[in-house]
Design a protein around this ligand. Structure first.
Ligand code: COA
Length: 392
């Protein structure tokens, strides 16, 4: 097979998390309505499309990561690098990597089970499953694999592809479905096996990434639900994309061509058949993009949400580099203690990084009813997005 250039045209320019969780943090849900036996099935539980003030409450989180740990010292045996270089440049000390034979669906499913358990939701109650990923087990989509594994038989399921912004895009998509009255309970998963996408001989990139999965349950709440007079659920968001800069971070399809062959009829035919190449990145350009993108998108999202940055209790930002987290918190003028960081243990897990950090923050008992959480993702596309949610 002959291979030619990348087809990214825009570039012309388990050891899983702690299973216990502080149940008291999650306010009780409304009584469930049975979905079985009803005349309309899932349709029967749909909310009225006219209800524009339905809060999309964040009612459960979960996460799951592979057991195998790859330390910086392990990487010294793979590429010319050092623990000191990696940790001083990125804050990463180790990452989790799937072993051959493991698949992403098992981690995405386990993270989902934990999120559903925290939410007190059984799989049959889920209306929609959104799987944010760039590395599904099946390139036709991984969400249905999770749906099948969970037994979420009433749920529609599809993938969201927005690289490291995928979980935020998924949250916002879920929120809009809930607000429109189409769905009541949505499971949003961020899961990636970046070990599949990186070139393990490229020290510029392979040291940054790891595998993992995180999940969150969003559910329609009572109209105007609040804690201490403050509206709960998703309060506002902002999404942006810049395809002209796509070439800064890619895993492009490389054109190829099957050997021409004569046909029974006259002439020859040509069939394009290439393959996806490993991740390519312009690290310094992506770094510059990220340190501007995070404060910009959070500021815009805060305005849309009607909240002040000073009132945010927790920032859960995409975990790409500790220096990016520090620069973003400096620019925003927020206390670094409010910014979740698990980079040292997991590296950049792409779409999984925000829900993984969110789940750790919740299960550590740090998130109380009424707390305001700001989330921001950024990455390939280029894409970036921010969302504010009040827990409760
Ligand atoms: N070990 C040792 N040396 C390495 C190395 C490694 N793993 N990777 C690169 N280098 C070398 C380079 O070859 C280069 O050497 P040269 O100067 O002789 O050409 C040098 O280190 C680059 O150093 P520097 O430019 O100071 O690196 P940096 O401080 O910009 O850090 C990144 C590089 C990749 C860590 C940083 O740019 C980054 O984090 N970018 C954002 C990446 C990201 O977050 N991507 C995902 C977004 S979702």
């Amino acid at each position: 097979m002959a291979r030619s250039g990348a087809n990214c045209s825009a570039s012309t320019a388990s050891q899983s998390g702690n299973a216990s969780w502080p149940r008291t943090l999650v306010p009780p849900l409304r009584p469930r309505r049975s979905r079985r036996g009803g005349a309309g099935g899932p349709q029967a539980t749909r909310l009225q499309a006219t209800a524009h003030h339905i809060p999309s409450r964040l009612v459960g989180t979960g996460s799951s990561v592979p057991q195998q740990t790859l330390t910086n010292r392990d990487l010294e045996k793979l590429v010319e690098t050092s623990d000191d270089w990696i940790s001083s440049r990125t804050g990463i000390r180790e990452r989790r990597v799937m072993t051959p034979g493991q698949n992403l669906t098992e981690f995405a499913t386990e993270a989902s089970r934990r999120a559903l358990e925290m939410a007190g939701v059984v799989p049959e109650e889920v209306d929609l499953i959104l799987l944010a990923t760039s590395s599904p087990d099946d390139s036709f989509g991984g969400a249905c694999l999770v749906q099948g594994a969970l037994g979420a038989t009433n749920a529609a399921a599809f993938d969201v592809t927005a690289a490291c912004s995928g979980f935020v895009v998924g949250m916002i998509t879920a929120h809009n479905y809930i607000q429109s009255g189409q769905f009541k309970t949505v499971l949003v998963i961020g899961a990636d096996a970046m070990s599949r996408l990186v070139d393990w001989t490229d020290r510029n990139t392979c040291i940054l990434f790891g595998d993992g999965a995180g999940a969150a349950v969003l559910q329609a709440g009572e109209e105007n639900a609040s804690v201490d007079g403050k509206k709960v659920g998703v309060l506002g968001y902002k999404l942006r994309s810049r395809g002209a800069d796509n070439g800064k971070l890619t895993t492009c399809y490389m054109s190829g061509e099957l050997q021409s062959a004569s046909t029974a009829s006259e002439g020859a035919f040509k069939i394009g058949q290439g393959a996806y190449e490993s991740l390519h990145m312009n690290g310094s350009e992506v770094f510059k993009f990220a340190v501007r993108a995070v404060p910009e998108i959070l500021t815009a999202a805060a305005e849309n949400a009607g909240v002040e940055m000073a009132d945010v209790d927790h920032f859960v930002l995409h975990q790409a580099n500790q220096r990016i987290l520090d620069a973003a918190s400096d620019r925003l003028g927020v206390d670094k203690d409010k910014v979740a960081s698990n980079l040292a243990r997991y590296g950049n897990t792409s779409a999984a990084s925000i829900p993984l950090a969110l789940d750790e923050t919740v299960r550590a008992g740090k998130v109380q009813p009424g707390h305001l959480i700001g989330m921001a993702g950024f990455g390939a596309g280029l894409t970036w997005g921010g969302v504010f949610v009040r827990w409760g």
